[in-house]
Design a protein. Structure first.
Length: 410
């Protein structure tokens, strides 16, 4: 009877232990491979515990042993879970990194949809991975999904506040949304955190140029060029900055460099031509405007500027042809009607000039120069009261040049 009782106690012990093992293992481990690793280790431990010489009947009190195991088992499970979970997390991070790198290569090859899917997959394996959020946000910026991009970029920063490129992306979104002060702050943070791409200086320079902070703009465009020697757009913008600071020859040099690295940049030819007008090099200016028009036949600004160069050279017929070409391309361009008007004044076509200048004013009621010029044409027609009214309007709109004409109205 004693042997039978010992055998029954032993079976009770084994069955209880198996039940405990199944319950604890099921509740603690989520991932299958984690469960398998731990389950195997637990069975090995149990085998050691159960290596008892049944013949010598060393198990005298199964209940006490079972109680001891019930106490030790959760402790053992916890210690194994921690180690195995860390191993599993490391594997998940490795898998996420591999998939992320695949996505980066796809994005570099312009396969943005496939890249986006890879970044999604990387985050499925490891949701606290900052880089896929950043890259996914960059794709959404390209797709003009700015609100969705902003969420991903902010998540990347939340996970890694030192992710410098993420601050650049924030600044670029602000730039696109015309939030200029926020953009400058984020571009500056990106630089402070180590992001030294030429684009961060270029876009910050654009904002400063538009804010008429030309000295700061000059510094940023120069920094952009220092980091990318063939950055045509940075040369162009620095040239425009020099032009605003009346350094026309310096501007011409920068426009020349811009065209050296991008010969299709029609606006660089146009702006270079405008600088050459400023220094009196009209024939060279005309050559630049002509080149701009060859690149872009609908570049009405270049036609208008070439017309101005012809006007300065007193070639009024050629000027008139260019100004009329502007109207053919853009019928609501008020400066072209103004220029046609003043050219007709030179050709002594005063009635036609008044009509042209009136059209210019209809398109832009605050066009002070058009009022001034129409007054001049009215004077030639003997309409002194109308002329004085136009000059007074020009003065009211802030054109001080009207003062010398208003003397005649006193």
């Amino acid at each position: 009877m004693k042997n039978l009782e010992s055998f029954n106690n032993y079976n009770f012990f084994i069955n209880a232990l198996k039940s405990i093992l199944i319950i604890f293992a099921y509740k603690i481990f989520i991932f299958t491979h984690v469960f398998q690793l731990t389950f195997k280790k637990i069975l090995n431990k149990i085998q050691i515990i159960l290596m008892i010489d049944q013949k010598k009947q060393k198990i005298k009190n199964m209940k006490h042993l079972l109680t001891l195991l019930l106490i030790l088992f959760p402790i053992f499970i916890f210690s194994q879970e921690t180690k195995t979970s860390d191993d599993a997390l490391t594997e998940l991070k490795k898998k996420a990194t591999i998939i992320y790198n695949e996505g980066v290569k796809l994005a570099q090859n312009g396969k943005y949809t496939e890249a986006h899917q890879k970044f999604d997959a990387a985050l499925f394996f490891y949701s606290e991975f900052d880089l896929p959020y950043l890259e996914r946000g960059k794709i959404k910026i390209k797709n003009n999904e700015l609100d969705m991009a902003l969420k991903d970029i902010n998540k990347a920063i939340q996970l890694n506040n030192n992710l410098a490129e993420a601050f650049y992306c924030l600044g670029y979104i602000d730039f696109l949304n015309k939030k200029n002060q926020q953009a400058i702050e984020n571009f500056t943070k990106a630089v402070q955190k180590g992001f030294n791409s030429p684009e961060v200086y270029y876009y910050r320079g654009i904002i400063q140029f538009n804010s008429k902070d030309y000295n700061s703009a000059m510094i940023d465009f120069t920094l952009a060029i220092d980091r990318k020697f063939d950055f045509a757009y940075a040369y162009h913008e620095r040239g425009s900055t020099k032009s605003m600071l009346n350094d026309y020859q310096g501007a011409i040099n920068d426009y020349t460099n811009a065209l050296k690295y991008d010969a299709t940049l029609a606006v660089a030819y146009d702006n270079m031509g405008s600088c050459k007008i400023k220094i009196g090099s009209y024939e060279n200016a005309i050559a630049d405007f002509t080149k701009a028009i060859e690149i872009n036949p609908n570049f009405y600004i270049a036609y208008n500027n070439r017309g101005n160069a012809y006007y300065q050279m007193t070639n009024y017929e050629a000027a008139l042809n260019d100004f009329k070409k502007v109207i053919d391309i853009k019928k609501d361009f008020a400066p072209a009607y103004n220029n046609i008007g003043i050219t007709n004044i030179k050709l002594q076509q005063y009635i036609t000039a008044v009509k042209d200048l009136t059209k210019s004013i209809e398109l832009n009621p605050d066009y002070a120069e058009a009022y001034l010029n129409r007054g001049y044409a009215q004077e030639f027609l003997g309409k002194f009261n109308d002329a004085c009214a136009d000059w007074k309007k020009a003065k009211k709109l802030g054109l001080n040049d009207a003062d010398k004409y208003l003397i005649e109205c006193e």
